[in-house]
Design a protein around this ligand. Structure first.
Ligand code: DGJ
Length: 729
């Protein structure tokens, strides 16, 4: 059993792959954290020893246990209102108006498998032998609120998942003010916190900071996980880097407002936490009602960030993503957005599809502008009927024409939005998120549909069902281009307005759950002005995400490198676009643009008709090359070799599980004169196997490739790249 309770020691010991996680009950029933790290077979804990000696005048909550102080203890789900003055994981306002909660151990149960979470995406198992689950029930006697902490330990992955289910088992209505998914107290002297932060067009850049006493945190208050922050943080031990040292990763399977970080106390203990953002959050729980928090995924690595990422990748690829495409190679995609924007008709679209198919591409995606009277971003969101002026044969006719070219047909939608200039808005002005009497802030000329309302969700689900079932459609790009402002819902009473943000996400998940179940053959890709909602919550419904609206090769190296900290290459949409690049105006070689995009889920968005014969031929070869490494890239193990955040170049590679094949990519930003030749050392290969580089025929053993490396020979000039593709021989 990966999970055990030893009653004599009052110890919970969870074994997940090569990781252990331990908790212990204090004499009077407080659940304390003991250990998270490299595997320990058995723990002989003397709890009374504690981690901090109690010589000073600390607050003592229970006189029967005078050596125990909440102020200094390492706790597992800390609450507000007692002598633990650090950030609580839970705050619940009761009828007396106070937010004091004292959750103490009641009971626990351990069982095989992993439960689904009510209404929320979560990692899963395919058979019960893959994991054990522990449910620890804590009770706040005074209010009758029961908190069930759920822990799942995967038997063969270094992964523990956590969430909490809070039930009002009392007789009075209470209000949740915060309920984190996970909180872990652990010593963290000298540790750093790593986060993925950015903005539109430069998402998920790496930032690290030294932990100091006090709070270091990230959050989203935008109604989406956001371009600005990703629902992920990692703690790095002092010696940790890409290949070495202890790293603790926390990722949240959620797409809305979140809060994550680490609070260091005066004894260099860190409280490491992740969950729903308590900012402007409240949730009423009537007697008998429950609230389930999103799931937090905890990954420990004792071999640096690289190993942490590989653990996240295989978990998210194999036990978070679902559906027909989970294990399938994804089609090489052509998207017309950067080629045409809104200026197209079906003749142009079919011409592009023929060109794309002639170069080996497999899926044509018709992006924005096909519906209502939409010739710019000023109107029509909500009116999901085809614009017959642009597409006289209708969507089904167009889809058939695309199919006849040999390509699959995909369609862009932005269902969560409503344009004030739309028939839908004229009919249902109260269907947007808004606060009575306040301004309606527009972004990209649009408002957000109020998915906290079930009637709006149902109508949306029906209109999308009608749209998708009316066309032979293979793929949907689900876009979302603005954040929530003036958060409010016309249907919720004043005391429930604090629920809008979370209800919105629950509504969205409900719709996605239904649509993905109704259309199991459709490949869904999520998008939010590029990477504004690149998170595990969306990956549960849609196995790939448009990574960023910035398609410039140089910028993409950094964006994709950062994204790879948590997310697998199969999820990372990456397209070659025209130069000068539309976002940064940079001119980069087609070869480099191809190599950068090949390290993700590959595609193109440019006007093929504008290209020279040589460029078309180069693209044909790129598509062929990508297809030869597609399985490796999308389902192989990633080794990051050089970080673009540390210098003028970057490199990473993918290795098959059986080490029989690998491909590597190197990118240099600026050229320089008269410099030394760099040797790139590969990783993850078998030392004693012989590998042939299929691109130039050279043969080397794994040990030479990894320890001596190979010279990086680039053409002159800026923005150069090269690639290796090894097969054992
Ligand atoms: C934002 C997306 O990120 C783009 O790829 C494109 O689909 C546009 N929206 C269309 O409006």
């Amino acid at each position: 059993m990966p999970i055990n309770f030893e009653s004599r020691k009052r110890l919970f010991l969870l074994q997940a792959g090569e990781t252990s996680y331990a908790m212990v009950l204090s004499k009077t029933g407080y659940l304390c954290h003991l250990y998270w790290g490299k595997k320990i077979e058995d723990i002989h804990v003397d709890f009374s020893a504690g981690r901090i000696s109690c010589r000073h005048s600390f607050h003592i909550p229970e006189q029967e246990d005078p050596s125990f102080s909440l102020e200094k203890a390492l706790l597992e789900y800390p609450s507000y209102g007692n002598s633990d003055f650090r950030t609580p994981a839970v705050q619940i306002v009761n009828t007396a108006g106070s937010a004091i909660v004292v959750p103490k151990y009641q009971k626990h149960r351990i069982y095989k498998g992993k439960p689904l979470l009510d209404g929320l995406p979560a990692t899963y198992v395919e058979n019960d032998e893959e994991a054990d689950t522990l449910e620890i029930t804590l009770l706040d006697d005074w209010s009758g609120v029961e908190i069930i902490l759920l822990y799942t330990a995967y038997a063969h992955r270094n992964v523990i998942t956590r969430s909490a289910r809070l039930t009002n088992a009392g007789t009075q209505t209470v209000t949740l003010r915060r309920a984190f998914s996970a909180s872990v107290d652990m010593p963290c002297r000298g540790y750093r916190m790593l986060q993925l932060s950015g903005a539109w067009g430069r998402e998920r850049q790496l930032f690290q900071r030294q932990l100091v006493p006090g709070m270091q945190s990230i959050e989203s208050r935008r109604g989406a996980s956001s371009h600005q922050q990703n629902p992920f943080v990692a703690l790095l031990s002092p010696e940790a880097d890409e290949k070495n040292g202890s790293v603790y990763g926390l990722s949240l399977v959620y797409s809305g407002n979140f809060y994550a970080g680490a609070e260091m106390d005066s004894y260099a203990n860190g409280r490491f936490f992740i969950g729903l953002n308590p900012f402007d959050f409240s949730w009423q729980l009537q007697p008998g009602q429950s609230f389930q928090t999103p799931e937090a995924v905890l990954v420990y690595s004792n071999a640096g960030l690289g190993e942490m990422s590989r653990t996240f990748h295989s978990l998210y690829r194999e036990r978070l993503c679902r559906g027909k495409y989970r294990d399938r190679e994804r089609p090489v995609l052509f998207n017309n957005w950067e080629a045409t924007r809104f200026g197209f008709d079906s003749r142009k679209i079919v011409e592009l599809a023929k060109d794309a198919n002639g170069l080996g591409m497999e899926l044509f995606v018709l992006d924005d502008g096909w519906f209502g009277k939409r010739n710019s971003d000023t109107c029509s969101l909500g009116d999901w009927t085809v614009n017959l002026r642009k597409i006289p044969e209708g969507l089904d006719g167009l889809a058939e024409a695309i199919h006849r070219t040999g390509m699959k047909f995909g369609l862009w939608v932005e269902p969560e939005m409503i344009s004030p200039d739309s028939d839908l808005y004229r009919l249902r002005p109260d269907w947007c998120i808004h606060a009575e009497g306040r301004t309606h802030t527009l972004a990209r000329h649009q408002l957000v549909l109020d998915l906290s309302r079930t009637d709006v969700c149902e109508a949306l689900e029906q209109s999308l069902t009608k749209l998708i079932s009316g066309i032979p459609i293979d793929y949907i790009k689900w876009d979302m281009n603005r954040n929530i402002t003036e958060a409010g819902s016309a249907l919720l009473p004043p005391e429930r307005q604090g629920e809008v943000f979370h209800r919105y996400i629950l509504g969205l998940y409900r719709i996605l759950d239904k649509l993905t179940a109704k259309f199991p053959d459709v490949l869904f890709e999520s998008c939010a002005s590029g990477g504004g909602r690149f998170d595990p919550g969306m990956l549960y419904y849609m196995p790939q995400t448009w990574t960023s609206d910035d398609t410039d090769a140089v910028e993409r190296v950094r964006i994709q490198y950062g994204t790879s900290l948590v997310y697998p290459a199969s999820a990372i949409g990456a397209h070659v676009s025209a130069v000068p690049n539309q976002q940064v105006m940079r001119i980069t070689p087609l070869k480099t643009r191809g190599h950068v995009a090949m390290t993700g889920n590959f595609g193109y968005e440019l006007d093929i008709g504008q290209l020279s014969a040589d460029e078309r031929e180069e693209i044909r070869k790129q598509v062929e090359t990508y297809k030869s490494v597609r399985r490796l890239v999308q389902f192989g193990e990633l080794y990051r070799l050089k970080s673009p955040f540390e210098g003028n170049s970057a490199a990473w590679m993918y290795v098959s599980r059986d080490q029989s094949e690998a491909c590597a990519f190197y990118f240099r930003t600026l050229g320089a004169a008269n410099i030394d030749v760099e040797y790139l050392k590969f990783e993850g290969l078998a030392e004693n196997k012989k590998y042939q580089n299929v691109l130039d025929g050279s043969i080397r053993r794994g040990d030479e490739l990894m320890h001596l490396g190979v010279p990086v020979l680039l053409e002159g000039g800026d923005f150069q790249s090269c690639m290796w593709h090894f097969k054992t021989c």
